[in-house]
Ligand binder design. Structure first.
Ligand code: FE2
Ligand code: FE2
Length: 341
C-alpha cells in the first residue's frame, strides 16, 4: 500500500538494509539499554523490517519476559497469553475490514484519478466526516474558509493526507473492549498515538523527513498495544470472563512485545517493511548503530507528547542521551518553539 513510502519520506530511492528489529536488551520497563558506539550512516538509508527479523525479535523478547516470571504469574492467564502473542497468527493479528484495506490501496496508487479518491469518502459517512475534520484542522485550514465539500477537502490535504485519514480509520478498527481496567488503557494508548502524530509532523523537517508521512507513522507507532488489547478482548469473549494476571507483569508484557507485534501487524496489513521497521523500533532499544532519523523523530515526538500529557518539564539533554539522537537538538527545539508561539 505504501509503495511510494520511502521516496515520499526522504525523497531518495535508495537501497535497502535490514538491521531492523534487533532484540531489545533490557529485561524490564525501567532498565535502560546502554548505547553502543555509533557508526553513522548517510542520511536517507532505507531500513526495512522483514517477517523473519520481527519474529526473531518477538521470540527473543517473549523469552526474556518469561524468564523472570514467578509462581503468581505462572498460575495466571499471563503465560498462555504470551504464548499466543508470540505465535502472532491471524487470530492475533486480525485483518482489518476489506473495505478499509481496499480504500488504502486505492489511495496509495499514484495513478488513481481524483474522482475515484473522492468516491471512497462519498460511500462512507464515517470516513467522510473524518476527512472533513482533518481538512478543517488548524494545520490545513490556515487562513481559508472551512470546507464541507469532499472534493475540495481531498484537494486541500492531498494524497498523503488522504492516506493519513485512511490509516487512522484502519487503526480505529483495532479499538476494542478488553474488559476491566484495560478498557481505559485502550483509550489512553489511542489518545497518545493521536497526540503524537501532529508533534511528529511538526518536527519532521528538522529530521529531514516528510511531514505527512511522519504524521501517519506516529499515528501507527503503538498499534502493537492495540493489537494485544484486541486479542485480550477476543480471549475474554471466548472464555466468558476477564483475563487475570499481575498488573506489573501485564505492563512489562506490553512494553516488551508491542514493538515487534506492531511491526508484524503493519507488515501483514500491507503497509510495507519501512513502516514496519519504524513501528517495531520506535523506542530505539538498543540504539541503532547507524543513522535512523525516522525512529529518532518518532522517539522525540512521543517523548514530548508524554511530557505534555503529564505536565512534566522536558529534559532535552536526557531525551537526546536516552534515545541516542544524532539530529541537532537546536533545530528540533526551534520547530517546537514555533508551534508554541
Ligand atoms: Fe508511544
Ligand atoms: Fe511504544
Amino acid at each position: 500500500m505504501f509503495s511510494q513510502f520511502w521516496r515520499r519520506l526522504t525523497g531518495t530511492p535508495g537501497a535497502s538494509t535490514s538491521p531492523a528489529a534487533a532484540p531489545a536488551a533490557e529485561p524490564a520497563e525501567t532498565a535502560a539499554a546502554p548505547a553502543p558506539a555509533r557508526e553513522v550512516a548517510p542520511k536517507g538509508e532505507i531500513r526495512v523490517a522483514t517477517e523473519e527479523s520481527l519474529r526473531r525479535s518477538l521470540t527473543w523478547r517473549s523469552r526474556v519476559l518469561m524468564e523472570g516470571a514467578g509462581e503468581d504469574i505462572m498460575r495466571s492467564d499471563g503465560p498462555a497469553l504470551v504464548a499466543a502473542l508470540t505465535d502472532a497468527n491471524e487470530s492475533v493479528i486480525r485483518q482489518p475490514p476489506a473495505a478499509a484495506q481496499r480504500a488504502l490501496r486505492v489511495a496509495s496508487n499514484p495513478e488513481t484519478p481524483m474522482p475515484k479518491v473522492v468516491e471512497l469518502f462519498e460511500n462512507d459517512p464515517m470516513l467522510a466526516q473524518a476527512l472533513l475534520r482533518f481538512s478543517n484542522s488548524v494545520f490545513y485550514r490556515r487562513d481559508s474558509q472551512p470546507t464541507a465539500s469532499l472534493q475540495s477537502a481531498v484537494q486541500r490535504v492531498g494524497m498523503n493526507g488522504v492516506q493519513t485519514v485512511l490509516t487512522a480509520s484502519l487503526v480505529q478498527t483495532m479499538l476494542c473492549r478488553p474488559g476491566g481496567a484495560y478498557d481505559a488503557l485502550v483509550q489512553k494508548v489511542w489518545t497518545h498515538m493521536q497526540r503524537s502524530a501532529p508533534i511528529a509532523r511538526t518536527l519532521a523537517p528538522a529530521f529531514g523527513l516528510d511531514a505527512e508521512t511522519m504524521f501517519s507513522l506516529a499515528l501507527l507507532h503503538d498499534v502493537g498495544k492495540l493489537v494485544i488489547f484486541d486479542h485480550i478482548s477476543t480471549l475474554r469473549h471466548d472464555k466468558r470472563r476477564d483475563l487475570k494476571m499481575p498488573d506489573l507483569f501485564f505492563r512489562q508484557m506490553l512494553w516488551h512485545l508491542h514493538e515487534p507485534i506492531g511491526g508484524l501487524s503493519v507488515l501483514h496489513w500491507g503497509m510495507g517493511g519501512e513502516a514496519a521497521h519504524a513501528v517495531a523500533e520506535h523506542h530505539r532499544r538498543p540504539a541503532p548503530t547507524t543513522s535512523d532519523t525516522v525512529t529518532e523523530c518518532l522517539f522525540v515526538a512521543e517523548t514530548i507528547e508524554l511530557a505534555q500529557t503529564n505536565f512534566a518539564k522536558l529534559d532535552w539533554e536526557e531525551v537526546w542521551k536516552k534515545g541516542a539522537i544524532t539530529t541537532e537538538m537546536g533545530s528540533v527545539q526551534e520547530r517546537m518553539r514555533k508551534t508554541d508561539e
